[in-house]
Design a protein around this ligand. Structure first.
Ligand SMILES: Nc1nc2c(ncn2[C@@H]2O[C@H](COP(=O)(O)OP(=O)(O)O)[C@@H](O)[C@H]2O)c(=O)[nH]1
Ligand SMILES: [Mg+2]
Length: 227
């Protein structure tokens, strides 16, 4: 008699313990989901050496009025082959890519710039999630700098040439590493960034000096719109 009374009076306690346990489990699941989602807030800053990645990173960290992503990775490698490797480590969790180029040396570097952008655009994660790309045409405070329209035109022309050789299967062995669709744009038309599903935006800027040409703010807006 006594025993039954005890176990009956234990019932509310057992129920309370069970519901607490359930709450903890649900909480843990929600937290996990949220934290993996949070990791998707990763932004990449990339581009050739000397383009301005470090200056941009510093300004993003230190300027109050600029939106800050939770995570920024700088992919800072001069070696083209190495970039492909390093880059693909981050693309599964990348929300947006800031590609910086030096607008004063583009004629000399056009091939490398086009190859970097091409590799970004054929990456399977970049394609699948249509990761947006902001192209910062930096150093526009200098006299020899090309404006963003000219930069875009030159890069499109070079990707068009690149596309012809890559699509011909010359580098078909790279498919494993890229995994994405290797042919960018439309088959019978000259390459244009508007032909890829990713939003690719060109902005003229100068990351040093007082007149920013909207550069660091354009990056802040880009980040704010995606987070
Ligand atoms: N004139 C000018 N120089 C810049 C600008 N942005 C960066 N630089 C300079 O370019 C050099 C390379 O910049 P850095 O951020 O180190 O490039 P990173 O190699 O891409 O990290 C440094 O000497 C910067 O001071 C710019 O907008 N205008
Ligand atoms: Mg640097």
């Amino acid at each position: 008699m006594m025993e039954i009374a005890t176990s009956a009076s234990n019932l509310p306690l057992i129920a309370a313990v069970l519901s607490l346990l359930l709450l903890v489990i649900v909480g843990a699941i929600v937290y996990r989901l949220k934290s993996t989602d949070g990791k998707r807030d990763t932004f990449l800053i990339t581009g050739l050496s000397d383009s301005g990645k470090t200056v941009l990173y510093y300004r993003l960290q230190h300027e109050e009025e600029v939106a800050k992503p939770r995570l920024v990775h700088i992919v800072d490698l001069p070696g083209h082959e190495k970039l492909r490797f390093r880059f693909s480590e981050f693309t599964p969790i990348t929300k947006g890519i800031v590609f910086i180029l030096d607008s004063t040396t583009l004629n000399r570097n056009i091939r490398s710039v086009a190859e970097y952008l091409y590799d970004i655009l054929v990456n399977k994660h970049v394609q699948k999630r249509e990761v947006p790309i902001l192209v910062l045409c930096n150093k526009n405070d200098l006299l020899l700098a090309l404006g963003k329209e000219k930069v875009q035109e030159l890069v499109e022309g070079e990707i068009d040439r690149l596309r012809a050789t890559r699509a011909a299967g010359v580098e078909a062995q790279d498919e494993d590493r890229n995994g994405g669709d290797d042919f960018l744009g439309y088959e019978n038309e000259a390459f244009k960034f508007e032909h890829v599903p990713n939003a690719v935006t060109f902005v003229s800027c100068s990351l040093i000096g007082d007149d920013d040409f909207g550069g660091v703010y354009a990056v802040g807006e880009f980040i704010a719109n995606l987070t």
